[in-house]
Design a protein around this ligand. Structure first.
Ligand code: SF4
Ligand code: SF4
Length: 426
């Protein structure tokens, strides 16, 4: 880290001892998993820097922005529209929830059979190790799965200002109407929080900023479709993770610069791995920082991940928000239309997810799909079997993995992944 940030962390009320332990573990994992990779693009240096400053410089930027009157809004889900936050001059940060930390404290409040993602949100709060959460003026929850919906009841007294949005469960007209009502309510809440009026000009501008960020990710995805691939699955996942908390314009610029470099690599060949490397699509629950367990295992098995059908991946970044429309209501409709296409497993039926997985397999020339579901995540576990049966019946090999954030099952998963790679290369 470029500076000693202990005073800043202490002012935020963090538990310094626990926080130091978290950062040490994170830095070690990053060194071992990311910095040992060969043939990395130079453009990854920016993302290495972001990770080295994960609880330092970016948090300081947020606090400086707050000093200047901007509001910081934390979220746990890709259904929270960044367009609306930016239009109120706010800053959107995704709250990580990707590490097994403070689970003993979390289990004092939550049932043990709660998914790691929810436990991690509570664990980070209860053990006082997340500077992002402490820097938030508002945290947005969403009634997606039952686990989250009930967990927010217990989360509300723990954080400064929790705003909970209701979510539809079906892609019907009334479902869309509910999402619109909730986005209107969120827009009002953002105006109140910021003391600023969201005009159509501001909403169009903010939509443009978020679209540019998405467009850069689409460019990256296209490059990953070329064989041999020019970037590792781990590095691409990392970029998808940084997407949630970096400054949007700087992030877009960095991804575009990286893509310029990757375009040259694509022309010149060879890629980051041999063209014969098995190509894997990951599909399932989101992988937040620092959840790198399965991608690291896949990469060590000499396969390459070429796409993520995940909210930290293409499910979260696909589709732009239209910017046509000359009033606030029309622009908000565009936002609703864009987000209503997200096919989270909380929706029923959820055929578009299967269709998109198949489309991704074909676009990225994947040889097989690894379906990743967190233990106790009913929505994704329920869909896993249907997806496996359907894809296998169409000749697409699938490996289903259910896991959590611990490393205890890493050896067993490694054996299963290696056997799967053998199967698809035989
Ligand atoms: S999987 Fe569903 S609940 Fe989780 S981030 Fe994605 S949309 Fe939100
Ligand atoms: S991983 Fe599953 S159970 Fe956990 S919060 Fe997401 S949808 Fe809910």
């Amino acid at each position: 880290m470029s500076e000693d940030y202990h005073q800043m962390w202490s002012d935020l009320g963090l538990n310094l001892e626990a926080h130091d332990a978290l950062l040490e573990g994170l830095a070690q994992a990053y060194r071992e998993i990311f910095l040992t990779q060969e043939h990395r693009p130079k453009g990854m240096q920016y993302f290495d820097f972001v990770m080295s400053e994960i609880h330092g410089l970016r948090v300081k930027e947020l606090l400086d922005a707050r000093e200047n009157g901007r509001k910081v809004v934390g979220s746990f889900c890709v259904f929270v529209p960044e367009e609306i936050i930016l239009a109120a001059d706010g800053i959107s940060v995704g709250l990580c929830t990707g590490a097994e930390f403070g689970f003993a404290e979390a289990e004092q409040l939550l049932p043990r059979n709660t998914c790691s993602l929810i436990k991690s949100a509570f664990g980070f709060k209860l053990s006082g190790v997340c500077p992002y959460l402490e820097a938030c003026d508002m945290v947005v929850g969403e009634n997606t799965c039952d686990g989250k919906k009930k967990a927010y009841e217990m989360f509300a007294p723990l954080v400064r200002n929790l705003f909970v949005m209701d979510m539809p469960q079906m892609k019907t007209e009334s479902g869309r109407a509910l999402l619109k009502t909730e986005y209107e309510r969120f827009l009002d809440a953002m105006e109140k929080l910021s003391g600023k009026t969201i005009t159509s000009e501001k909403l169009r501008e903010s939509t443009d900023i978020v679209n540019k960020k998405r467009r850069a990710m689409h460019r990256l995805s296209k490059l990953r479709a070329v064989n041999p691939t020019s970037i590792s699955g781990l590095d691409a996942l990392l970029i998808n993770q940084v997407f949630f908390y970096d400054d949007p314009a700087r992030f877009t610029d960095s991804v575009n610069k990286l893509c310029n470099e990757l375009e040259q690599r694509v022309e010149q060949k060879p890629g980051v791995v041999p063209h014969t490397s098995p190509r894997i699509l990951i599909s399932g629950c989101p992988m937040a920082v620092p959840n790198w367990k399965i991608p690291a295992i896949v990469q060590n098995a000499n396969a390459v991940i070429v796409g993520e059908e995940s909210c930290v991946g293409e499910r979260g970044t696909r589709n732009e928000t239209e910017t046509d429309g000359n009033n606030l209501n029309a622009l908000l409709d565009n936002i609703v239309d864009r987000y209503f296409k997200i096919y989270c497993a909380i929706f029923t039926p959820n055929q578009s997810r299967l269709e998109h997985i198949k489309e991704m397999v074909s676009t990225y020339k994947a040889d097989g799909v690894i379906h990743y579901a967190l233990q106790f995540c009913q929505p994704y576990q329920m869909e896993a079997g249907q997806i496996e049966n359907k894809l296998e019946s169409e000749g697409i090999p699938v490996l289903r993995i259910e896991t959590d954030y611990s490393q205890e099952d890493a050896g067993q998963i490694r054996t299963r992944v290696e056997a799967f790679i053998e199967r698809i290369t035989a």
